[in-house]
Design a protein around this ligand. Structure first.
Ligand code: NAD
Length: 456
C-alpha cells in the first residue's frame, strides 16, 4: 500500500465510524478552518506574494476573506441544510411519508490549480466539511510557497483522518486518482479535466469539473463607457489576468470602439499608473513557461495599451490589443494572462454569432443599458454564469452558485450549492403495515382500467 492509500484508509475508517456526521463535529471543523485562516493570514499572504507577487489586498479580498465569508454562511445555515426535507406523497403510494435525507459522499479528493491557490483549495473544503466528508487536498505544484504553507497549516490544525494535504504534481495527482475516493472535485484546465473524468469513469466516481475557456465580454453602444472600462480593466488585470472567469476577449461595437479604447487607456493608468511595472498592486506571471506562452501573443493585432514585458521578473504589462481576428494565435485558446484582445461587431447578432462558434464559456459579461439586448444575449448564449455591467464580481455573492457548462465544466459550488455538491440526496418512502392496497399484485385480470384512471 502507498502512503496515500494509508491516509485514505484512515479517512475511510473515520468516516464509516460515523464520526464526521454529527453537526457538532462539522461545526468544529469549520471553526478550525476559520481559526487557521485568521491566525495565519499574514503567513498565507506572504506565501502567495512569493509565488507571483500577488498584492496582499487581493489575496485577502479574493481568497482569505471569501473563504471566511463562506465558512460563516455555512455555520449560519448548516442546521437547516442537514434537516430531512419532507415531500408530498403520490397517488400510487398513498398512504406514505416521503422525505429526502442528505448524506455525505464519504472520502473526497479536491484537486486545485495555482491561480487562486488558497481559495480554490479551501473553498471546496468548506462544502466538503459542512456536508460531513473527509478530504484529501492536492494543491498545485506551481504555487509552491502557498501549497507548502497550506500543507503545514492543515497538518497543524486538522486530524489527517479528516483533512490531509498531498504536495506534488501530475505523478502524485495520478496516484491519488487511482485510489477509491467517493467524490472528486477538480478545478483546472479543460485538458486535464478530461483526464480526471476518464480516470473517474473507470470507478464510476462522481466528479465536479470546474474548468476554463474563453469568456467573452461584450460592450454595446448604450453602455456607460467610463464605468464599463474601469470594471473591465479591474476584472481583467486583477491577478494579472490569471483568473478563470476573467474577460478573455472584448467584443466592442464598432460605433464606440475608438472612444472605448481611450477609456480603457484612462482606466489602466488610473489603476496602475503610467508604468505598471512600478505598481505594488500588480501581480506577476506564475512561471517561465506561462510567461513565454503569453509574450508570444504580444505581436498579435495592434498594440492599444502596454505590450512591454520583462522576463527577469515575469512581468507583462496590462496589455490591450486592437484589430484582432479569430485567426490570430491569441484567439485559439484561453489566454489566462494580462492581455486583452478587442474584436468588434456592428449589430449584436454578429457578436452573438461569434460567441456561438466557440465552446460554451465559463463566464460572459455584457455592458449595456438596453434591456432588449440583455434579454437577447441571455436567451441565446449558454455559459456558466456571468454579470451584466460588471466583471467577476458575481463570485462575491454566495447566493449565486458557480460552475461551468459544456467544455467549461459541470457541477457547481459556493454557498448552499457547495453543501449540495458534496452531499448525496437519499430519497425515502415510508409506509405503515395497516393499509395494503391490492391493485399492484397479480392476478392483474380486469385491473388495467384502474391503472388507466390513476394515470389519466
Ligand atoms: P491544470 O489543469 O494544469 O492543473 C490543475 C491541477 O491538476 C493541479 O493540481 C495539477 O497538479 C493537476 N494535474 C495536472 N495534470 C494532471 C494530470 N495529467 N493528471 C492528474 N492531475 C493533473 O490547471 P492550472 O494550469 O493549474 O490552472 C489553470 C486552469 O484552470 C485554467 O484553464 C483555468 O481556466 C482553470 N481554472 C478554472 C477555475 C474554475 O473555477 N472553473 C478556476 C481556476 C482555474
Amino acid at each position: 500500500m502507498t502512503k496515500y492509500a494509508d491516509v485514505l484508509e484512515a479517512q475511510r475508517q473515520f468516516f464509516v465510524a460515523g464520526k464526521t456526521k454529527p453537526v457538532s463535529f462539522r461545526i468544529e471543523q469549520l471553526n478550525t478552518l476559520k481559526q487557521l485562516l485568521k491566525n495565519h493570514d499574514k503567513e498565507i499572504m506572504d506565501a502567495v506574494y512569493k509565488d507571483f507577487k500577488k498584492p496582499p489586498f487581493e489575496t485577502y479580498g479574493t481568497e482569505i476573506g471569501l473563504i471566511i465569508n463562506e465558512i460563516n454562511f455555512a455555520l449560519r445555515n448548516i442546521e437547516k441544510w442537514i434537516k430531512p426535507k419532507s415531500v408530498p406523497t403520490s397517488l400510487v403510494n398513498f398512504p406514505s411519508k416521503n422525505y429526502i435525507l442528505t448524506e455525505p459522499y464519504g472520502n473526497v479528493l479536491i484537486i486545485a490549480p495555482w491561480n487562486y491557490p488558497v481559495q480554490l483549495c479551501l473553498l471546496p473544503l468548506v462544502g466538503a466539511l459542512a456536508a460531513g466528508n473527509t478530504a484529501v487536498l492536492k494543491p498545485s505544484e506551481l504555487s509552491e510557497h502557498t501549497s507548502a504553507i497550506l500543507h503545514k497549516l492543515i497538518a497543524q490544525y486538522f486530524d489527517p483522518s479528516v483533512v490531509y494535504t498531498v504536495l506534488g504534481g501530475v505523478e502524485e495527482s495520478s496516484a491519488l486518482l487511482d485510489l477509491n475516493f467517493n467524490y472528486i472535485f477538480f478545478t483546472g484546465s479543460t485538458r486535464v479535466g478530461k483526464i480526471i473524468m476518464q480516470t473517474a469513469a473507470k470507478k464510476l466516481t462522481p466528479v465536479t469539473l470546474e474548468l476554463g475557456g474563453k469568456s467573452p465580454c461584450i460592450v454595446e453602444e448604450s453602455a456607460d463607457l467610463e464605468v464599463s472600462a474601469k470594471r473591465i480593466v479591474w476584472g481583467k488585470f486583477v491577478n494579472a489576468g490569471q483568473t478563470c472567469v476573467a474577460p478573455d476577449y472584448l467584443l466592442v461595437q464598432e460605433s464606440i470602439r475608438e472612444d472605448f479604447e481611450h477609456e480603457l487607456r484612462q482606466a489602466v493608468e488610473h489603476l496602475y499608473g503610467s508604468d505598471p511595472s512600478q505598481s505594488d498592486d500588480y501581480t506577476r506571471i506564475i512561471n517561465d513557461s506561462h510567461f513565454d506562452r503569453l509574450t508570444a501573443f504580444l505581436d498579435n493585432g495592434r498594440t492599444v495599451i502596454g505590450g512591454e514585458s520583462d522576463s527577469s521578473e515575469r512581468y507583462i504589462a496590462p496589455t490591450v490589443l486592437g484589430d484582432v481576428t479569430w485567426d490570430h494565435p491569441i484567439m485559439q485558446d484561453e489566454i489566462f494572462g494580462p492581455i486583452l484582445p478587442i474584436l468588434s461587431f456592428n449589430h449584436i447578432d454578429e457578436a452573438i454569432a461569434q460567441i456561438l462558434q466557440t465552446t460554451r464559456p465559463l463566464a460572459l459579461y455584457l455592458f449595456t443599458s438596453d434591456d432588449d439586448i440583455e434579454k437577447k444575449v441571455l436567451e441565446q448564449v449558454s455559459f456558466g454564469g456571468g454579470a451584466i455591467n460588471d466583471t467577476i464580481a458575481q463570485l462575491g455573492n454566495h447566493h449565486l452558485s458557480f460552475g461551468g457548462v459544456g467544455a467549461s465544466g459541470f457541477g457547481s459550488y459556493h454557498g448552499k450549492a457547495s453543501f449540495d455538491s458534496f452531499s448525496h440526496q437519499k430519497s425515502i418512502m415510508k409506509k405503515n403495515f395497516l393499509v395494503d392496497i391490492p391493485l399492484r399484485y397479480a392476478p392483474y385480470d380486469g385491473k388495467i382500467k384502474w391503472l388507466k384512471t390513476i394515470f389519466r
